[in-house]
Structure formats: structure tokens, C-alpha cells
Design a protein around this ligand. Structure first.
Ligand code: FA5
Length: 345
């Protein structure tokens, strides 16, 4: 009965191994090693052919019982290890629902975008259309159609980034005026538009100048449009953006594309007109340029300047935002410093 002794030895060894198994991988290895075709139990049973008929059933019964018992022990140990692995995983992934949540950080539009949207919404509510134009513009629309022919000295007022002799980065949003007048059907009524967007100038960057900044162009062309309409419109704008008690004043100025031309000042919102550091003690702050559309500009769009008149203005939202929020340097808008930007969220 050497076989049974042999099996008993294997059995003892197996129990010990099962007891010591620490992982599901260990169990798998034991199963393959001991219960597989090449395992010691199968090997031992191969010897059955050499034993007597009388002993054979005893060995067979022993071997079967042993296989069953070992199988059961392995199953039990496997279940135990599985449960332990699951417990470990659950502990590792445990979620403490009583902890305070982390709020999602939601971005907000840039302060310049906020100011531009506010101004656009105002003009939309007054019946204006919002029309945009190309930032890479032709010399023709940027200057010639704005009554600034080649070699006109006033071209120097807006130092320009040229791409080639014909193409440039627009220096103002005024070319959108000409582009839109060319398209508008004046027999259907007046044109009322604003044009927001980026503009570029070879200005040296300092506290109030940036080489890339924003403008919002305004244009109304129809019959009997006067300077009083411009003044009334800009008064509504100034009160809406800077507060109900704001006043505006018009000062004579010069733009080649308007006649007469005006510079528009707003009464200082900080000192109310008494004089302070913001308004440089004058009580007034310059916010934009404008005027009545020059007859040449109307005629170049094919309009009869005896029949049609218009007003136009161009304001700088960067400067508006600086004044409105007391920002002392325009460069803050373009440096992407979150400490600055978050103040406007
Ligand atoms: C113009 O650009 C005219 N096209 C405006 C206009 C339109 C006049 C229609 C008449 C009729 P000006 O160069 O002044 O004008 O610029 C208008 C505004 O842009 C200024 O009031 C200022 O707010 C802003 N601005 C000008 N240069 C800069 C700069 N380098 N950085 C930031 N803002 C600027």
C-alpha cells in the first residue's frame, strides 16, 4: 500500500500549501501543480496498474476522497482570498460621502469680453445690428475708403503693421463701415450697426497703449441724421455703462473720415467732476472719437451725400474697462495673471 502512503504524504504537503497560500495566484498554481495531469496525484494513480485487484478499490476510494477534499479546501481558500481581495479593494476605493465636495472651477469670460458684450447688448436693444469684419484688411478699406488716400499725412495717426503693400492688420474697426455701407440697401431704411473686434497698431506698449487692443465702431446712416443724434446716443451709452448721473461733452477734433469730428469726454465717475487723479484734475475723461460721416466716405459707397447723412464713433473697450473698474494698466488685460482675471469672475 505504498501508493496510499505516497498519497498521504502528498495530501499533507498540499494542506500545508493551501494553508500558506496568500493569493488567488497561489491557489491557481497549487491547482495546476497538484491536480493537473502532470501532478503527483495523477502520477501516483498511474501506479494502480501494478497493485493487486484486492487493493485497487481501496486506493481508488482514497484517491477520489482525497481529490474531493483537496478540491473543496482549495475552493474554500479561494473564496476566502477573493473576499479579502474585495475588502481590500473596497477599503482602497472607499468614498467618504460626508466629506465636503470640491466645487467645479468654472471659467468666466475675460473682462474685456464682458465689457464688449455689455456694450453690444445695449446697442442691440437700441435696434443696431452687430457686424464684424476681417482683422487682416486691405489698405483700400482700412485707409482709402476712410478718406485717407496714399501719402495722406493723417495715416501717421495710426502706425500700421503692413503685411505687404496692399494688406495690413487693421488699425481701427472703421473699415467695417465701408464694407457694410457697400452692402446695405438704403431704400429699405437706415443702417444702424456696431462693429466690435480686435485692432492692431505699432504703438509702444505702456499703461494706456497696447499694440493689440479692441474697438467698437458705431455707424448710423440715413436721412436727416445729425450731430444731436450722436450726442443723444452716446449719452445713453455713457449712462448705461458708467452710471445714470454721468454727463458727456463733445470737443472739436479731427478724423479724416468724419466732418465735423469730435472727441467725447465723460464726466469723471470717481470725483463727479470735482477733479481727481483719474481725470487728471479736469473733471472729464476722454472715452471715444466720433463725428458726422464725411461726405467723401458716403459717396465712395455710392450714396448721395446730399440725401444721406450719418454719424460714426469708435470707442476703445479696453479703456472703458480700465475706467469702469479702476484698472491702472492696460497690460493687465493681456498678461493672463489669474489673480487679476479672477477679480472679474
Ligand atoms: C479711431 O481709431 C477712429 N477710427 C475712431 C472713429 C471712428 C472716429 C468713427 C470717428 C468716427 P482713435 O485712434 O482715437 O480713433 O482710437 C479710438 C479709441 O481706441 C481711443 O479712444 C482709445 O480708446 C482706443 N485706442 C487707441 N489706441 C489705442 C492703444 N494703442 N491701446 C489701447 N486703446 C487704444
Amino acid at each position: 500500500m505504498d501508493i496510499i502512503a505516497n498519497l498521504q504524504e502528498i495530501e499533507a504537503e498540499l494542506y500545508q500549501k493551501i494553508d500558506q497560500a496568500e493569493s488567488l495566484a497561489d491557489i491557481k498554481t497549487i491547482r495546476i501543480e497538484y491536480l493537473g495531469k502532470k501532478g503527483p496525484i495523477t502520477q501516483a494513480l498511474r501506479e494502480m496498474k501494478n497493485i493487486s485487484n484486492e487493493d485497487r478499490p481501496k486506493v481508488g476510494t482514497y484517491a477520489n476522497n482525497m481529490k474531493q477534499k483537496v478540491g473543496q479546501l482549495l475552493d474554500e481558500k479561494e473564496a476566502k482570498l477573493e473576499a479579502a481581495a474585495l475588502d481590500e479593494q473596497l477599503a482602497a476605493e472607499a468614498l467618504d460621502v460626508t466629506l465636503p465636495g470640491e466645487p467645479d472651477k468654472i471659467g468666466t469670460p475675460h473682462i474685456i469680453s464682458q465689457v464688449m458684450t455689455e456694450i453690444e447688448d445695449l446697442f442691440l436693444s437700441l435696434g443696431y445690428e452687430v457686424i464684424t469684419g476681417p482683422e487682416v484688411e486691405s489698405d483700400y478699406y482700412n485707409f482709402e475708403r476712410m478718406n485717407l488716400p496714399q501719402n495722406h499725412p493723417a495715416r501717421d495717426m495710426q502706425d500700421t503693421f503692413y503685411i505687404n503693400d496692399e494688406i495690413l492688420l487693421r488699425t481701427h474697426t472703421s473699415p467695417v463701415q465701408a464694407r457694410t455701407m457697400d452692402q446695405h440697401d438704403f431704400s429699405q431704411g437706415p443702417l444702424k450697426m456696431i462693429s466690435p473686434g480686435k485692432v492692431y497698431r505699432r504703438d509702444d506698449d505702456d499703461a494706456t497703449h497696447s499694440h493689440q487692443f479692441h474697438q467698437i465702431e458705431g455707424l448710423v446712416v440715413g436721412e436727416n441724421i445729425t450731430l444731436a443724434d450722436l450726442k443723444g446716443t452716446l449719452e445713453v451709452f455713457a449712462k448705461h455703462v458708467f452710471g445714470e448721473d454721468r454727463e458727456i461733452r463733445l470737443r472739436p477734433s479731427y478724423f479724416p473720415f468724419t466732418e465735423p469730428s469730435v472727441e467725447i469726454d465723460i464726466s469723471c465717475f470717481k470725483c463727479g467732476g470735482q477733479g481727481c487723479n483719474i481725470c487728471k484734475q479736469t473733471g472729464w475723461i476722454e472715452i471715444l472719437g466720433g463725428g458726422l460721416v464725411h461726405p467723401n466716405v458716403l459717396e465712395m459707397s455710392g450714396l448721395d451725400s446730399k440725401k444721406y447723412t450719418g454719424f460714426a464713433f469708435g470707442l476703445g473697450p479696453d479703456r472703458v474697462a480700465m475706467l469702469k473698474y479702476g484698472v491702472d494698466d492696460i497690460r493687465h488685460f493681456y498678461q493672463n495673471d489669474l489673480r487679476f482675471l479672477k477679480q472679474f469672475s
